[in-house]
Design a protein. Structure first.
Length: 78
């Protein structure tokens, strides 16, 4: 029973780290896409839509990283 719980917590920890990394990467990609273009008339998405998307990705990454830390603490406390 205890071994099964450790496997679940380890899986959660790894998954949340991966989700956090993907969201950090997405935020960085969107930010670079926001900075590089010089002519906004030629783009399909205005910066007013990209800034909230970057913010949501960053908040999601922080939440995933905190969940990973919480799962890690539970794993090592047991």
């Amino acid at each position: 029973m205890e071994n099964n719980r450790e496997k679940i917590l380890l899986g959660k920890q790894e998954d949340y780290h991966r989700f956090g990394f993907v969201l950090w990467s997405l935020a960085a990609f969107l930010y670079v896409g926001l900075v590089i273009p010089e002519d906004w008339a030629a783009t399909t998405r205005p910066p007013e839509l990209m800034i909230p998307a970057i913010s949501v990705a960053l908040v999601g990454a922080v939440v995933c990283n905190r969940l990973a830390v919480r799962a890690s603490k539970q794993l090592y406390e047991d």
